[in-house]
Design a protein around this ligand. Sequence first.
Ligand SMILES: Nc1ncnc2c1ncn2[C@@H]1O[C@H](COP(=O)(O)OP(=O)(O)O)[C@@H](O)[C@H]1O
Ligand SMILES: [Mg+2]
Length: 259
Amino acid sequence: MKAEVRRVAQADEAALISLRGVDKVYGTGATAFQALKEIDLDIHGGEFIAIMGPSGSGKSTALNIIGCLDGITAGSYRFRNTQVEQLDRNQRALLRRHYLGFVFQGFNLLARTSARENVELPLLYRGQDAATRHRAATAALAQVGLAGWEHHTPAELSGGQQQRVAIARAIATQPLVLLADEPTGNLDTTRSHEIMTLLTRLNSEQGITVIMVTHEPEMAAYTRRIVRFVDGRVDSDQPNEHPVSVTPVGSDVAAAEAV
Ligand SMILES: Nc1ncnc2c1ncn2[C@@H]1O[C@H](COP(=O)(O)OP(=O)(O)O)[C@@H](O)[C@H]1O
Ligand SMILES: [Mg+2]
């Protein structure tokens, strides 16, 4: 018997993240707006990828869908071979808490709360006890270069440090995937490069898959793959053969830099 012709290609079963024919429509009727159109995208474990494109091209929409913060209108989204659109709200929340970490442009920290308590929040949602939370949060802050800053509130930290706290919060749960929406958008050039160095090391040394939205080519240059969105479609998807090189933590050069 002849195989049925399918409109969308098969999902890539080896991929960690697989979008097929994904549409996203906001609103209904006359005000309906299609933000994503037939997106096909596969991302494998361990990738470091930049999503670029003009404002309004659907970058944040795609990231929110990948992060299970928002649902799709049509098509299919598989995460670790689980069909995400078939999960209910609670199952999606569990998937988020166990596998995903988020970093946003505006840091999104609780203002009158210490760095350590901010980092502990996702661990609290996971039901971990206080001692375990303290230990994990302290370790995550050390990983982002903020040992000794545990008791400072966001107001007492620079923008670059606040974004480090947000990254510590995202990695405290040891996620498979770190999703970052314009993480350097509110930072000056020097701080932006520091954040990119940190994301590069989390990817290369800990194997965390990093998916970052940015419109800055200098920041995308750290990643190993650049996907460009235009008008809600994937316009191009190319490897970055020569990413900015970052010295590993613990090497002599990295140690010298930190002095
Ligand atoms: N919640 C929403 N309701 C209606 N339209 C939205 C919503 N979120 C985004 N949009 C629209 O979808 C398009 C893509 O938005 P977005 O994904 O935020 O773009 P980007 O991140 O590339 O700037 C934009 O035109 C935006 O106005
Ligand atoms: Mg956006």
